[in-house]
Design a protein around this ligand. Sequence first.
Ligand code: SAM
Length: 378
Amino acid sequence: MQAAGAVVKMLQGKGRGKQVSPPRDCPQFSRDEVLTWLKEEEDWKLSFLWEEADRVRREHVGDEVHLRGLVELSSYCRRDCHYCGIRGSRKIERYRMTEEEVMECVRTAQKLEYGTVVLQSGEDLGLTSDSITNLVRRIKTETPLAVTLSLGERGLDELKQWRAAGADRYLLKHETSDPELFRRIHPDYGSEVSDRIALLKAAKEMGFEVGSGVMVGIPGQTHESLADDIMLFRDLDLEMIGCGPFVPHPDTPLGQSLPSGSPGSGVQSPKSQVPATDRMTTKVVALTRLVCPDANLPSTTALATVNRERGRELGLERGANVWMPNLTPPRYRAMYEIYPGKSKVIDTAEEFHVNLLATLAALGRMPGKGPGGRRTRA
Ligand code: SAM
């Protein structure tokens, strides 16, 4: 609260005669305050938001950046999300990695001293409960790594089985808390955003650390619904929150008429449409840091895609403390193109790691040690 007062003084000290609600380390931040900051466009005011998010990040989760090795183990998907490049109805070449191939990536994660592997895929029922159970058991027996699963909306019995096998975390973005918008981007889906939220709550009950998140700038998304998303992060008491910009994929219904980073589809008036930009995304990251001070927040690959020069760094400077380097073998990456540009980087994991360390060093940050779970509150 002292910090909040200091920020007010600084803002008033700028002498522009305008009162702005200060950003602050305050889990009690109201929805209206969040909304005001989401709509803020003046750079001099936003600079206080960036500074405060960075300070809160440093105070609550420190300077370590936790590295989570991402393994995209299957591109098969039974869903048909209107934004996603691996939606089930697209006629594209697909792959499913063998257990041995996944274990090779896991060993790379261990060699590079990452604390976690994230096993992500389309919603692929070919990845059976038992195959995931065996894989998790193997990773937990053969390595010290934490295991995060991100396999879509799977059954509660499956989640229980995977938790019993040793899986530590479950990640499922709710994408948007606006039920209408959720239906519009997931028509004929058979589930609602409330089902995703129920699944996240159930996973938490089972003892998983739980992660969710949103895409920023989905056509039809308003600032108001994004403020609701940030309030929902706090209400769900999430351990991990991933927010990346929506990146239009030209071969999907939502990507048809949209150039990358454009403000939307015209479903909303341009003013109320949230832009899918790096600036908007980092506002969401910064505000999320303020309302959920001890959560783990990645600086996402989508952010690095819309701003190739500095997107990753901007995320880390504005509240994020996690990086998820891609360990998927280069031969599969092009087949997991959820949006264009994502698979452009085809360095090996080792080559990428050298750049990663240099980036962190330039930011004065260091790679995290150990599994990097949520810090328990004092
Ligand atoms: N099947 C799992 C699921 O739906 O949660 C995990 C895989 S899914 C491809 C992983 C994430 O990719 C989604 O949560 C979504 O946020 C992101 N994604 C898909 N298409 C995207 C796009 N066009 N722009 C930005 N992010 C996208």
